[in-house]
Design a protein around this ligand. Structure first.
Ligand code: ZN
Length: 458
């Protein structure tokens, strides 16, 4: 057997250009020059993304008895974000160049240039740090202003009048909408603690410096689940969800050495959090957060209760006591997860690029080809195989008759199995099944084909 030299991904730019060429992800508004921090998903990308979301939803909601889902709006009442603390403190430290007016995140400058983590550091200290180390504009070497707060929420107005009374925000996270629906969900679904509410949806952050392809973008999707618990059960469920979520990535093919937990130190904890841990993936540029597991205490429900004047407490039937539930949150970025799965799967071998995705995530599960395009019997046979398989799987049918090229195209988009109908098929009523990873071929009887594939794709 020939020795395969497998090259993993070298840079995120390499992946971005591959994603564009192979129809996974395109820069948004490209014909108008694009806009930083916005990406559209193409024909292959939308399938992969939907499969990631479906796998998450199945494991978090459908496979469990204690979690239900919702889907809430993205244009939000301003009170939500005042109560949550986002209006006051969902900010990044920003500095401007006094000469060319470029803007930078002060924390990124400190990290990239000085290798100092300034999370939680007061703004004056950040300013002093940058000045003492003579950090200057990255474009023109000009002098930088003092660090100041910059709110990341997109603001808009509801209705025809642009006044302060009509302000609304595009939600910067999906979590708050779950808290607002807590009572309605609990009553209508008759749930008892502990239980969870899950949501997948879009969120928006006006990032100063979008970067690293899909990693830091301005419009993105989140997969979040808020688990409501009795006060005192925090530690137990925090540990349980940490483990569950890590296992989810492992079960879908990410290697253990490319994942890690990173505990937040006290100064970087968000204003609501009692404990927090990130699940990080080893991207080509280094470790980056793909999910957060947070112990939010009872901060969120208490705040909304206080600001709205509505009671959001829970009555424990057995103990006849009333209290505000605590919350353990698991919050994953769909786009970041997508990026992690792509980085993990992408490999260049001697004569091909191959995406070794877990078959559950592959955009297409099976591709069917007639060996030649000019023999009606073979084309018809292949057409029948396709019609039969598409009832059970996502199948691609390619009549071009150029098998070598067709295999390469399917390898690139991660299709686990390619089926070829040849002259022998007509006599023996069988086909060849080619495995994406090993490139080995095997003959399988047509009547056993669906069962064989089903078993392989499990
Ligand atoms: Zn400048």
């Amino acid at each position: 057997m020939r020795l395969q030299i497998v090259q993993p991904i070298k840079s995120i730019d390499e992946l971005a250009s591959f994603c564009k060429r192979a129809g996974f992800v395109f820069p948004s508004f490209e014909i108008y020059g694009g806009m930083a921090g916005f990406y559209d998903y193409g024909p292959r990308g939308v399938e992969l993304k939907n499969n990631i979301k479906a796998a998450w939803w199945k494991s978090i909601v459908q496979d469990r008895e204690d979690v239900v889902g919702i889907d809430a709006v993205t244009v939000n009442h301003p009170k939500v974000w005042e109560a949550s603390g986002h209006v006051a403190s969902f900010t990044d430290p920003l500095v401007d160049c006094k000469s060319c007016k470029s803007r930078f995140r002060a924390d990124h400058l400190a990290k990239d240039i000085l290798n100092v983590d300034v999370a939680g550091m007061p703004l004056e200290e950040v300013t002093t740090l940058l000045r003492n180390k003579n950090v200057r504009c990255q474009k023109c070497k000009g002098e930088l202003t003092e660090a100041r707060k910059y709110n990341l929420m997109f603001k808009t107005h509801v209705g025809p009048i642009e006044s302060d009374e009509n302000v609304a925000y595009l939600r910067p996270e999906t979590a708050q909408l779950i808290y607002l629906n807590f009572k309605l969900v609990q009553d209508s679904a008759r749930l008892k603690l502990p239980f969870g509410i899950a949501q997948i949806g879009r969120a928006y952050r006006n990032e100063i410096a979008p970067r690293d392809f899909l990693f830091r973008v301005r419009e993105f999707e989140q997969m979040e689940m808020q688990y409501f618990i009795k006060p005192g059960d925090n530690k137990k469920f925090f540990e349980q969800w940490k483990k569950e979520r890590m296992n989810w990535y492992l079960s879908l093919g990410i290697k253990k050495e490319n994942l890690r937990f990173r505990e937040h130190i006290k100064t970087e904890l968000a204003h609501y959090a009692k404990a927090a841990v990130d699940i990080e993936y080893k991207f080509p540029w280094g470790w980056g957060e793909i999910e957060g597991v947070h112990d939010r205490g009872n901060w969120d429900l208490s705040q909304h209760s206080k600001v709205s004047g509505k009671d959001l407490s829970y009555f424990d039937d057995e103990k006849k006591t009333r209290f505000v539930p605590n919350i353990i949150e698991v919050s994953a970025g769909v786009d970041r997860t997508f990026l992690a799965f792509m980085c993990e799967a992408y490999a260049t071998e001697a004569e091909r690029i191959v995406l070794k995705l877990n078959p559950k995530l592959s955009p297409i599960k099976v591709a069917v080809f007639p060996l030649v395009k000019n023999d009606n019997r073979i084309v018809k046979f292949a057409g029948n195989v396709f019609s039969d398989l598409k009832k059970k799987f996502v199948v691609y049918y390619d009549k071009s008759g150029n098998i070598g090229k067709s295999y390469r195209r399917q390898d690139e988009i991660g299709t686990p199995f390619c089926i070829t109908v040849d002259f022998d098929s007509l006599k023996k009523k069988d086909v060849t099944v080619r495995d994406r990873d090993t490139m080995k071929q095997k003959r399988v009887k047509v009547k056993e084909l669906a069962g064989y594939l089903e078993k392989q794709l499990q």
